[in-house]
Design a protein around this ligand. Structure first.
Ligand code: ZN
Length: 135
């Protein structure tokens, strides 16, 4: 199992429309599109930054995890996604070490990536997302 890169940094916002202008037009990142991820009740917009991306996350429902995050903490960095070449092995390693997981098994995220979240308690207070390219 190897770590490839920071795939993206997820930033929770109330409205993608409100913040896309900053990231695309003022900061100058290349906007590569957006999509809805119904399983997570979010809409996501991607902006390319070198080999990585900024992922803007907007809740699509009141009970979305992002809506809860915004209510509690306001907009800001929500998670850091780390790309691996073998998410199952990465999850097994966490499980064996007793590290707290949000997802015990990988599920499908934006761009059909296989993803799983690690609980912030396991990683010093940062919500980490593991992701792997779909095969
Ligand atoms: Zn993400």
């Amino acid at each position: 199992m190897s770590i490839e890169k920071i795939d993206h940094i997820g930033i929770a916002v109330e409205s993608i429309e409100e913040w896309l202008g900053y990231y695309r037009d003022i900061l100058g990142l290349k906007y590569t599109g957006s999509e809805e991820v119904p399983e997570q009740k979010v809409r996501v917009a991607f902006l390319k930054i070198g080999e990585s991306q900024i992922e803007l996350l907007e809740p699509t429902s009141e009970d979305s995890p992002i809506a809860k995050f915004l209510k509690k903490r306001g907009s800001g960095i929500h998670h850091i996604a780390i790309k691996v070449d073998d998410i199952n092995t990465a999850l097994a390693r966490h499980h064996d070490a007793g590290a707290r997981l949000i997802d015990k098994e990988a599920r499908v995220g934006a761009h059909n990536m296989r993803i799983a979240f690690i609980h912030p308690a396991a990683s010093g207070g940062v919500l980490l997302e593991l992701c792997q390219e779909p095969s």
